[in-house]
Design a protein around this ligand. Structure first.
Ligand SMILES: NC(=O)c1ccc[n+]([C@@H]2O[C@H](COP(=O)([O-])OP(=O)(O)OC[C@H]3O[C@@H](n4cnc5c(N)ncnc54)[C@H](O)[C@@H]3O)[C@@H](O)[C@H]2O)c1
Length: 356
């Protein structure tokens, strides 16, 4: 049995509690929040779970094996560090921390203490993303040309991070998983309309070492909830709509073919191939449940989590580059070799391409 504590019971923390509570080999012992109403709600939902407003109660409890941190981002580092130093395996919600420096320190502490450190990149655990990866790895898409992603809705406005830091970690973690490498350069443009200095709409572009390209549009100011990703290959294309319940993925047998020989400009024309549209079967499981299960499995086995601290660090490196690009009005920011985490070789990171 793995005993878990959760700190932060606002919007997301209760989802972690619900999913951990649903796992047969897990006991949620303690939850922590500063707000008495949040604690009262948790006590009502889970009468067997103890509630506290003092994080010290979680880290000093010898029965607690692991802690999940679901507080605002500026507290991730402090709470995760205390958790690791108290000997607890630690799951931090995305983004891992507020700076690369903080992430590096957490990775170091987890390594030194030989504890599992995992980041809540929830969607890399989703069956839909796993299916897309499987299709890509089979070679069915041909060469990967580009990925375009949109994550838009009205709210939830954050006070300590902009929309890129809030929403793009999901797109970034999926894109890094699909490309299997880190980008070499990042551009980001955006605007703050509602809260001064906190961009509520951003557009990120990523250039990959092998010629791949990706764009991510994030917004808290859109009338529609959109969770859309298009993956364009030389042979086929995939559209992933996470708002759909049953048909999340469609594979389009569409491509552009350039004629190999032509003598005159009149003979030159592209031909467009239109084939079938295929909807693969996707198992309906909540990605967060798979994330929680994976964390518990890693705590039990001692294996490194798929979305480990180093993966979280990679995502935060890119987010820092987006902030730098925003400061420079959208200029290209190179992710220099110096910024690459230990273990990365030739822009490729083993942990990103390893299976779950
Ligand atoms: N994986 C996902 O899909 C996903 C989705 C949403 C949010 N998140 C992440 O979850 C985290 C929390 O986001 P949220 O939307 O729930 O935020 P929130 O503001 O709704 O909740 C944060 C909670 O932390 C509590 N808190 C603040 N300071 C505290 C302290 N010192 N001690 C104890 N509790 C404290 C607050 O009272 C609040 O209830 C963020 O990192 C966010 O990015 C992840």
């Amino acid at each position: 049995m793995i005993t878990v504590g959760v700190v932060g019971c606002g919007y997301w923390g209760p989802n972690l509690v619900r999913n951990f509570d649903s796992l047969p080999e897990v006991a949620v012992k303690l939850v922590c929040d500063l707000e008495p109403e949040r604690l009262a709600r948790m006590a009502q939902l889970y009468p067997e779970v103890q509630v506290t407003s003092d994080y010290g109660d979680l880290i000093s409890d010898p029965e607690v094996d692991a802690i999940a941190v679901a507080t605002p981002v500026h507290l991730h580092y402090e709470f995760a560090r205390k958790s690791l130093l108290a000997g607890k395996h630690t799951l931090i919600e995305k983004p891992m921390a507020a700076s690369v420096e903080e992430c590096r320190e957490l990775v170091k502490v987890a390594d030194e203490c030989n504890l599992r450190l995992m980041v809540g990149h929830t969607f890399v655990y989703s069956p839909a993303v796993q299916k897309i990866k499987e299709i890509m790895d089979s070679g069915a898409l041909g060469d990967l040309f580009y990925i375009s992603s949109q994550r838009l809705n009205l709210g939830l406005f954050q006070k300590d991070i902009n929309v890129a830091w809030d929403l793009a970690p999901h797109d970034l973690s999926i894109i890094l998983h699909l490309f299997g490498e880190l980008p070499k350069a990042v551009n980001c443009q955006g605007k703050a309309h509602v809260s001064e200095g906190i961009e509520d709409v951003t557009n990120i572009t990523l250039d990959f070492p092998n010629g791949g390209y990706a764009s991510i549009h994030s917004s808290w100011l859109d009338p529609n909830k959109i969770r859309n990703m298009t993956i364009v290959g030389s042979q086929k294309m995939v559209v992933y709509d996470d708002t759909q319940t049953l048909e999340k993925i469609k594979v389009f047998d569409k491509r552009v073919e350039v004629p190999p020989h032509y003598d005159t400009f009149a003979e030159f024309h592209y031909s467009y191939h239109y084939g079938d549209i295929f909807t693969p079967y996707i198992k309906q499981v909540e990605p967060l449940k798979l994330q929680c299960q994976h964390f518990v499995d890693c705590v039990k086995s001692g294996n490194q989590p798929f979305s480990c601290g180093r993966t979280g660090l990679s995502v935060v490196q890119i987010l820092e580059a987006t902030s730098e690009s925003l400061r420079r009005n959208g200029a290209k920011v190179e992710l220099s070799e110096v910024m690459r985490p230990a273990g990365a070789r030739n822009g490729k990171q083993k942990f990103i391409t390893e299976g779950i």
